[in-house]
Design a protein around this ligand. Structure first.
Ligand code: PGA
Length: 251
């Protein structure tokens, strides 16, 4: 049985308290439909986690963080720990996003330490991997993704607390997406790596696709083998668009 899909929204550094109205709207859209065949998660900026959690109350919308520090607490000005997100009712934290890897020089070793912190806080880690355009052009995609998967999963990772998000860097925020065959190749490759690591339980790990997922392309992308949901940036900011992507799972 493939894992239950997850449609996750990553608001990145977008949103003020007024944007809780989009969460309220999503909640109404979901309520009109009844039980969904997928999980729905919103990862707002840390400043809005409480606001979004309050707006999501009484719905199936899960709330998550976008990044965390590897330590539980201490003298780390400006950082937020996984335990702090857990305290606000979060279920997931995204780690290793390419914007963190590129803008903050995060290595896979640091990503693994962050993911371990997420697990220690009792939450699930969404660990992002993906090649740059230059790496794809050089035929390095599987090598890069394979190394990121091997090095970004902490020793104690379990199928139940780990999700992989495959996000080709060149597809993020560009409106460009890989072909379905290219997505199938990388997701199949990641699935094989998870089977090698976890045995049969490797089949239970969700592998999300991310990078320019929109209502118009979601159904085709979500239908690809070993795609167990989406990590959505820009199109997660508006309830109508996000609902349109969730619609890929509504038949
Ligand atoms: P995008 O971002 O949907 O805006 O391309 C995806 C992501 O970075 O998670």
């Amino acid at each position: 049985m493939p894992p239950r899909p997850l449609v996750a929204g990553n608001w990145k550094m977008n949103g003020l308290r007024a944007n809780a109205a989009e969460v309220e709207k999503l909640k109404r859209l979901m309520a009109g439909h009844g039980a969904l065949p997928c999980d729905v998660l919103i990862c707002p900026p840390a400043t809005l986690v409480s606001t979004v959690a309050a707006a999501a109350q009484g719905s199936a919308i899960l709330v998550g963080g976008q990044d965390c520090h590897p330590k539980v607490s201490g003298a780390h000005t400006g950082d937020v720990s996984a335990a702090m997100f857990a305290d606000l009712g979060c279920s997931h934290i995204i780690v290793g996003h390419s914007e963190r890897r590129a803008d903050h020089g995060e290595t896979s070793a640091l990503v693994a330490a962050k993911a371990a912190a997420v697990h220690a806080a009792g939450l699930a880690a969404i660990i992002c991997v993906g090649e740059t355009e230059a790496e794809r052009d050089a035929g390095q995609t599987l090598k890069v993704v394979g190394e990121q998967v091997a090095q970004s999963l902490p020793a104690g990772a379990l199928p139940g607390n780990t999700t992989i998000a495959y996000e080709p860097v060149w597809a993020i925020g560009t409106g460009r997406t890989p072909t379905e065959a290219e997505v199938a190749e990388v997701h199949g490759f990641i699935r094989d790596a998870l089977h090698k690591r976890f045995g049969a339980a490797g089949g239970e790990v969700r592998i999300l696709y991310g990078g320019s997922v929109k209502p118009a392309n979601a159904k085709a992308l979500m239908a690809v083998n070993n795609v167990d949901g989406a990590l959505v940036g820009g199109a997660s900011l508006k309830a109508d668009d996000f609902w349109g992507i969730i619609g890929a799972y509504l038949g």
